[in-house]
Design a protein around this ligand. Structure first.
Ligand code: ADP
Ligand code: MG
Length: 464
């Protein structure tokens, strides 16, 4: 399902209109329109806005508060984090002719600006929200937080590498990017690079392709990762067992480390589970300081919601905050997702947010056990007579595929999780998840047996 950028921006504007004075809203926000990011020349999972008002763009960026409000409104409406950039595109630039292989003049210009922005603020690479100030420290994160803070105050001099581990949705990326922000703030001349291991791998594969310019391509890749002062490499569990990627990580690490540059790694799994990683790389990972983020306790979860509510300028009662913190107890991303959903819904519909209305919006019935991705996988496995392990594997046997597709579809429909989060649960790339979801949705229109299975499974899940 492609994102409906127009609709998201329309709804986001509705929220912003309430939060931003008309003297800023009318001249600077109104002329902004979204750029379709799913076009091939842009990075996916970004939300790029354009305006033909140079001053306005500048103004919104300089007043971080406004920019953050725009980012929050878009995240709230989209129900997922979509890093926002606002670019200036003069209105006299010619429109792209329809069928054309080469990127149009306009696209080249916009791409250049996005690259410049990335260079200036690391936009799209660093999320502006992921700062130390926005991170709520609890007992679960105290050690990791302090280590991250120290690294950001003296990059390359302490704890190198810093290795952050912890389960999914618990703040690893947030903390890692906070290091990046603080370094850029304290040492504006340093070059900070943030990347996920998946992106690293894909770029490496692209650079390895044979051709006349293969040497140049490889050089460019290496420059990108070695010509930096700080490398933040996220989700390195993705690289496990990928020989070429791990070799490149190893060499990149050595090059940076010997030059006194700071490296930070993050992983969903502890190193001890990296069975297919060569020992020499494992020892590099373990070389510096390893910190573990744990699930935040109840009070910290309540505080996270409150902080979020202050930032997004949406009042939430203690009762509702506590209800959410109690219901979503092991994943901050899900907790935030639930908060985003209830607050966006309540403000768009103009209803009062109470525990009852929150339950309604989230589809949680009283006394009912909460449906989780794990329960959906379990029930789908039972229904199709396969095992949970099969569903999470890469097996393409017909029954397993059916069960997997049904589980993916129901996870999206019932829990409304974003495709990247579903990808993490099912060990798949988010485009694979999107494809699987779309395929089942299409088949549902015509396939009676499938309609029946989904209906029965939904009933089973509702009985839990
Ligand atoms: P991970 O990388 O561990 O999967 P993220 O860093 O992406 O998790 O965190 C998921 C979401 O939860 C983010 O939006 C992040 O800002 C938020 N979050 C996690 N921990 C905290 C915290 N301690 N304080 C504030 N927000 C948090
Ligand atoms: Mg992460």
């Amino acid at each position: 399902m492609a994102l409906d950028y127009e609709k998201i921006w329309e709804d986001a504007k509705g929220i912003l209109k309430e939060q931003i004075p008309a003297s800023t809203f009318e001249p600077w926000i109104m002329p902004i329109v979204p750029v379709k990011c799913d076009e091939e020349h842009f990075k996916k999972d970004c939300f790029i806005l354009k305006s033909d008002q140079a001053f306005g763009v500048n103004y919104l960026y300089r007043n971080q508060n406004y920019f953050e409000k725009i980012q929050d409104a878009i995240d709230n409406v989209a129900g997922q984090n979509l890093p926002v950039s606002i670019i200036f595109v003069p209105s006299n630039v010619k429109k792209a002719p329809k069928k054309k292989e080469k990127p149009s003049e306009q696209i080249v210009l916009m791409k250049e600006q996005i690259d410049n922005l990335k260079q200036m603020h690391s936009f799209c690479a660093l999320n502006l929200k992921y700062t130390f100030e926005n991170f709520v420290v609890g007992e679960n994160s105290l050690v990791a937080y302090n280590a991250a803070k120290q690294v950001s105050e003296a990059p390359g001099q302490k704890f190198n590498p810093l290795f952050i581990s912890g389960s999914v949705g618990i703040g690893k990326t947030h903390l890692m990017q906070a290091i990046g922000h603080n370094i850029l703030k304290n040492f504006p001349d340093l070059k900070v690079k943030y990347a996920k291991a998946e992106e690293f791998t894909n770029q490496l594969i692209e650079s390895c392709q044979k051709g006349a310019d293969s040497y140049q391509k490889m050089k460019k890749f290496r420059d990108r990762y070695r010509n930096v002062d700080v490398l933040l490499l996220d989700d390195i569990q993705f690289a496990e067992g990928k020989k070429r990627t791990e070799e490149e990580i190893f060499n990149t690490f050595d090059a940076l480390f010997h030059a006194g540059k700071q490296i930070v790694f993050a992983s969903d799994r502890p190193i001890s589970s990296f069975k297919n990683t060569p020992d020499r790389l494992k020892s590099r990972y373990e070389w510096g300081l390893m910190v573990d983020l744990l699930v935040p306790d109840f009070d910290t979860r309540v505080e996270i919601i409150k902080k979020h509510s202050v930032r997004s300028n949406f009042e939430i009662t203690d009762e509702v905050a506590e209800f959410l913190a109690k219901t979503y107890d092991n994943n901050v991303r899900e907790l935030e997702g639930a908060y985003n959903k209830v607050s966006a819904y309540a403000s768009i519909k103009g209803i009062e947010l109470t525990v009852e209305s929150a339950k309604d919006i989230l589809g949680l019935k009283d006394g009912a056990k909460k449906i989780t991705p794990d329960i959906i996988i379990e029930k789908s496995a039972e229904y199709f007579n396969v095992s949970k392990k099969d569903i999470l594997s890469t097996t393409r046997a017909k029954e397993v595929k059916n069960a997997r597709q049904a589980a993916i579809y129901l996870t999206r429909e019932i829990l409304d999780l974003s495709f990247p989060s579903i990808g993490e649960i099912f060990n798949k790339n988010h485009t694979t998840i999107l494809y699987s979801y779309e395929k089942l949705k299409k088949d549902l229109a015509t396939d009676k047996t499938l309609q029946n299975s989904i209906k029965e499974l939904t009933t089973l899940l509702n009985q839990i």
